[in-house]
Structures are given as structure tokens and as C-alpha cells.
Design a protein around this ligand. Structure first.
Ligand SMILES: [Ca+2]
Length: 505
């Protein structure tokens, strides 16, 4: 009789418990490296990303998702600890949160401690690309039971063929190569194979759910991908950003502080080639994601596996005259975020409230009933997964550092003659982006996304927007204050709101 009132899913769980199976859902956590929102499912007119488009159609696409810091190391440590960079103390690459907050439980570690099988393939924490490909990089061994670090022809054979703006340097510099080798010989292709290998073994363990993290390296520089993907994007059809000089006139200097001198070498032909190679690398990565999802489906795991797809931060392709990351503009701070939570939300839904990487840890912990640390700083996205029109927190905060010194990340340039370090914070609300540099002393920016989605006109000094600036200034400062740990919690971090004052790990 009771049967009439129980859903099929609940019956499956009850039967599963009877058979010794663990009913908690699996997690497939996929992170692409240096990927912006140039994807078909985000409306890009050129990108060919059929696999990610299909994935978006299976779950919820977060239209306004943002990183906490547009640089690999700070962003990944933040995402995987559920804490803002001001609380992890990680504001540069080549560091890991164990150096600053060693007892904190990372996201995969929480799953591991709750009985999940936690595995990593490729880049989850920071990794020098391409030099650390094939190694553990700056990994956290406590997060995983299994780590796999394949290296393909892109790392082992082809580096001498790569074109670079700074010959011989690939990791931080615009560089690319159309490879004659097939997908399966490249690092990301090998990672898709490894993921299938792990999934096949996990499928046989009904008693133990898995948290499988796959960190693809593309489209990070060098943009190396099999030649066929370059052919999808004829060079002469690649657009070049126009009107940069006029656009830059109202941008305060720190807003352009991520520009690198070697980019002076970019001709329009090189700009087209860079875009072609970046898009080719995206399509190559998309194909590898497709292979992993196909395996998940083939093994019958999809109905009980939560899939997350995101990137560590966005990326410029010449907008505002900028390339790569480390700016606070939309292109650099925005990330793709797709979440498929079987049975929870309508397929192909779009959530438009601003959300953050900081929200992933509490979301996955809630979805899988995994105990999480009490000091997590994000919101659970479960209400938005259930109802994509829900308001959520209503904003996302991204910060970046400017200025000199040893902590200076490889991609920043000095602004400010004294070399003093300072922060910029930007708040994204449903309508506005508002940015303050060094407490406003080094500039403010206000962009209206209703009329100016490319953030071309800085409205911060216009009298008619004074009230909006005042209100957003108060809001961004309150949000920034909320990124620090409660006082006295962590002796490794001595925070200052507008300038980092911390002990280098
Ligand atoms: Ca402008």
C-alpha cells in the first residue's frame, strides 16, 4: 500500500540500503583552466562547444557566476576551501592553503572524511602550466585518495614548435600551436581516458560514492590543440576588438594594471591567431568533457551523479586592450558554471542571480549530506537549483591585488610608483558592476549592464549616479569586510582591508 506514495527514486534508495549500497549521490567536478564564457551555451556566436551545450541543457546554467580572485592559485584555493582569499591568505600562485590554514578541511577532503572515494585527475589546486604538467603541482595530498597526472605530447614533445610572444615562454605568455597529433595523445585527452578508467572502477562499488575531480589544462596557454579544432575557426573570420583607445580613457590606471609589455607586439594578425587558438583549445577541451560525460552515461551513473562544470576565472581576448586574467572586468571575473543535480531542477534552466565559486562547497555538502566546516563563507545554491528564479544573495565579490613586491603575481604590472600593494574589489549585482581601487583613492568604476554589457562607459564620476555610487560603495565595503576570518582565528593572516599585510607562507 505504501508503495503508492513513494517515488521510484525513494524506492531505489530503500532497496539500495537493503543491498548494502550507499544512496548518496556521486560528484563529478570538472574545472577548465583559464576558460572565460566563450561557450555556445552562453551565447558566444563563434564557439563550437556541443558537449558543454548539451550539459547545460541537462541542468542549470548560472548566467552570472564569478570567481573570488582572477588568478589560478588564489581562485582555486578559495573555491576548494569555501573561503575568500582574505581568509585563506593565498593571494598569489605557487602556494597552498595548508601553509596558512593547515587544519581547514577542503571540499574534497570533507567528502573523503564522510566516506567518499575522492580522486583528482590533473589540475585542481595550482599547477604551473605547462612546466608542472605530469607532476602533482602545488597539490594538497590530504584532499585525495588517488591522484593522476598524465602528460601528453603537448608537454613532452611539442614545446619547441610553439609560437610565443616571448619565445621559449608559454605559461604566462600568449602562445599557441596547431598540433598534428590526435586528441588521445594530448594531456587533456589522456585525462579523459583516465577519468573513464576511474569511473569504470567506481561503477562497481555501489557501497561507496565518489567525488571525482577532473582539471583540464586547456584553454590555458600555450593554446595547443589538435589541428582539426583550429580548422573550426578560420583565422580571417576572427574578430579584433575595436575602439580600445576611446574605451580606455575613463578607466583608472589599476583597471588596466594587468597589461603586459610583451603584448605591445600584438598585430591584428596575431590577435586573430590568438583568438583562433584560444577557441580551438576550448573546442578541444569541450570534446574531452564530452568523452567523460559519455562514459558516465554508458555506465548508468548519470541518474545519481551531480555534475559541476566551471573554470578558475575568466579571460580577456583584447577587450579594453587587455589579454588573459587579473582584471576586475566582466571578462576576467566571470566564469561559466553549469550544475546538473538529477531530480532537483528543470532541465535547461538559467539562474540569473549573481553567484560565486565560494558557493560551491556549501552547495555540494548540502546536496550530498556531507558535514562541512562551520566557517564557510558562501551560500548554498540549492534554493537556486530548485527555483532558478530565486534571488539568492544577490551579489558576487571579486578582488585582485595591484602593486609590487615579492608577492606580486607573474601577471601583474606595477601601478603606483612606490610599489605598495593594494586591493581592488568589485561587486556584481543583477544590474551593476561597481569597483573600488585602494579605498577609492586609486579610482572607482561603475558600469550599467542594462545598457552597457561590455562595460565601456565608466559612470562613477557622473553626478546623476552619485546615489548609486554611495550605496554600492557601502555594499562593496561591507562585502569585503565579510571576506576575513573572525578576528584572532588564524595567526597566519594579519589582514588589512585595502592592502595585504600578511606573513608570506
Ligand atoms: Ca571605457
Amino acid at each position: 500500500m505504501i508503495k503508492c506514495f513513494l517515488s521510484l527514486g525513494l524506492w531505489a534508495i530503500l532497496l539500495g540500503i537493503a543491498a548494502g549500497a550507499d544512496p548518496r549521490p556521486n560528484v563529478l567536478f570538472i574545472v577548465s583552466d583559464d576558460l572565460n564564457n566563450m561557450l555556445g551555451c552562453y551565447g558566444d556566436p563563434l564557439a563550437k562547444t556541443p558537449n558543454l551545450d548539451r550539459l547545460a541543457a541537462r541542468g542549470v546554467l548560472f548566467d552570472k557566476a564569478y570567481c573570488t580572485f582572477p588568478l589560478c592559485g588564489p581562485s582555486r584555493n578559495s573555491m576548494l576551501t569555501g573561503l575568500y582569499p582574505n581568509s585563506t591568505g593565498i593571494l598569489a600562485n605557487a602556494q597552498i592553503f595548508r601553509q596558512t590554514i593547515p587544519s581547514h578541511q577542503s571540499l574534497p577532503q570533507a567528502f573523503r572524511n564522510a566516506g567518499y572515494f575522492a580522486a583528482r585527475i590533473g589540475k585542481l589546486y595550482h599547477y604551473n602550466v605547462p612546466k608542472s604538467v605530469g607532476t602533482n603541482g602545488h597539490d594538497d595530498p590530504g584532499s585525495w585518495e588517488l591522484e593522476l597526472n598524465p602528460a601528453g605530447v603537448d608537454r613532452l614533445q611539442e614545446e619547441s614548435e610553439i609560437f610565443s610572444l616571448l619565445p621559449g615562454q608559454f605559461g604566462g605568455t600568449l602562445s599557441w600551436y596547431a598540433s598534428p597529433k590526435p586528441d588521445v595523445e594530448h594531456t587533456d585527452g589522456l585525462m579523459a581516458e583516465d577519468a573513464s578508467w576511474v569511473l569504470e572502477r567506481c561503477a562497481k562499488r555501489k557501497d561507496r560514492p565518489f567525488f571525482l575531480a577532473v582539471g583540464f589544462f586547456r584553454p590555458h596557454t600555450p593554446y595547443v590543440a589538435p589541428r582539426g579544432y583550429f580548422d573550426l575557426y578560420p583565422e580571417k573570420e576572427m574578430p579584433v576588438v575595436e575602439g580600445v583607445k576611446e574605451d580606455q580613457e575613463d578607466i583608472p590606471p589599476p583597471g588596466l594594471g594587468s597589461y603586459k609589455r610583451e603584448q605591445d607586439k600584438l598585430t591584428d594578425d596575431l590577435r586573430r591567431q590568438a583568438r583562433q587558438a584560444y577557441l580551438a583549445s576550448i573546442s578541444f577541451m569541450d570534446a574531452q568533457v564530452g568523452r567523460v560525460i559519455e562514459t558516465l552515461d554508458r555506465l548508468g551513473l548519470s541518474d545519481n551523479t551531480i555534475i559541476v562544470f566551471t573554470s578558475d576565472h575568466g579571460y580577456h581576448m583584447g577587450e579594453h586592450g587587455l589579454w588573459q586574467k587579473m582584471s576586475l572586468f566582466e571578462e576576467s571575473s566571470r566564469v561559466p558554471l553549469l550544475i546538473v543535480a538529477p531530480g532537483l531542477s528543470s532541465k535547461g534552466a538559467v539562474a540569473r542571480s549573481p553567484v560565486s565559486h565560494i558557493d560551491l562547497y556549501p552547495t555540494l555538502a548540502e546536496l550530498c549530506s556531507v558535514p562541512a566546516p562551520e566557517n564557510l563563507q558562501g551560500q548554498s545554491l540549492v534554493p537556486l537549483l530548485k527555483d532558478p528564479s530565486a534571488a539568492g544573495r544577490g551579489w558576487a565579490l571579486t578582488q585582485v591585488m595591484r602593486g609590487g613586491g615579492r608577492l606580486r603575481a607573474s601577471v601583474t604590472t606595477n601601478v603606483g610608483a612606490d610599489g605598495r600593494r593594494f586591493f581592488g574589489y568589485t561587486l556584481r549585482t543583477p544590474r551593476w558592476r561597481y569597483t573600488e581601487w585602494d579605498e577609492g583613492n586609486a579610482g572607482r568604476e561603475l558600469y550599467d549592464h542594462e545598457s552597457d554589457p561590455r562595460e565601456l562607459t565608466n559612470l562613477a564620476s557622473r553626478p546623476e549616479h552619485a546615489a548609486t555610487v554611495a550605496q554600492l560603495s557601502e555594499q562593496v565595503r561591507a562585502a569585503a569586510k565579510g571576506t576575513f576570518p573572525p578576528s584572532g582565528e588564524s595567526p597566519a593572516i594579519q589582514p588589512g582591508l585595502w592592502a595585504p599585510n600578511l606573513t608570506e607562507p
